[in-house]
Design a protein around this ligand. Sequence first.
Ligand code: ATP
Length: 299
Amino acid sequence: MSVTVRVPAKVNVQLAVGPLRPDGFHDLANVFLAVGLYDVVTVTPADELRVTCSGPDADKVPLDDSNLAARAALALARRHGRDANVHIHIDKDIPVAGGMAGGSADGAGALVACDALWGTGASREELLEICAELGSDVPFSLVGGAALGRGRGELLTPLETGGIFHWVFAVADGGLSTPAVYAECDRLRADTDVPAPEPSAALTAALSAGDAAALAATMSNDLQAAAVSLRPSLAATLDAGTRAGALAAMVSGSGPTTAFLVAGEAEAEKVADALRDSGTCRAVRVTSGPAPGATVLRG
Ligand code: ATP
């Protein structure tokens, strides 16, 4: 017997980063949108906890207990006084270390899958609590759709979306470490009075109206300057997508994946072709959002 769960990637349509807190984190106003790139996590009873991974980026995924999927299984098992003897297989389609919360997705997926496999019957609240312990982006991977994250990003309020938003993602060569990007952001803003992060009312209105042009006009990412500072070649990728007609071009989260909001499917193909031709990225993905959160496919 096994359980298979599908989990989406995310893009941050607003990522407002407050000053560095004494505990090393930052307060955020983080508007997440789940998009239709998915990892598929399957758990099967086994003699011991084991992680395997398939997909183009599989060699970049740790297979030991540092894998967020393994940590999720261990956390649920510990709370329910049982062993975590499962084989977790991750079929990975979300770019690794790309600012699209792939590891977080696997954590949420493994949690939901183990809960179903073991018949733990954990409440949604308990699952969300474990997610928040695992990482700031993990609760959103569980719920999907669109949501505002406050605190470190883990305190979620669901947001309405009034339509489908079309996206093109340019996957860069290599990853960027999220902590390194935050550190660079702090360095770049060292002499600035950084305000408390506030969600944009115009942006949430654009999401709720399903208005891509209005969303494009209000999107922002406070980590973009830091990501581009650490990876200057991203400027050329952003420029290539903009010139091809994207409504907005932005670094996705901490990067180095870049996200292009487009008006529709035809525009998406045009921007995707231009990005491929630009030679400034490793791969191009066309998709849309909102996408549902962690979903049991089989089990
Ligand atoms: P975020 O957008 O949440 O900052 P990210 O998309 O930039 O995350 P991930 O793909 O989650 O980055 O990977 C970041 C690092 O986490 C990897 O380099 C890897 O060492 C580690 N990691 C742990 N578990 C996983 C997993 N299941 N899949 C991918 N990476 C994982």
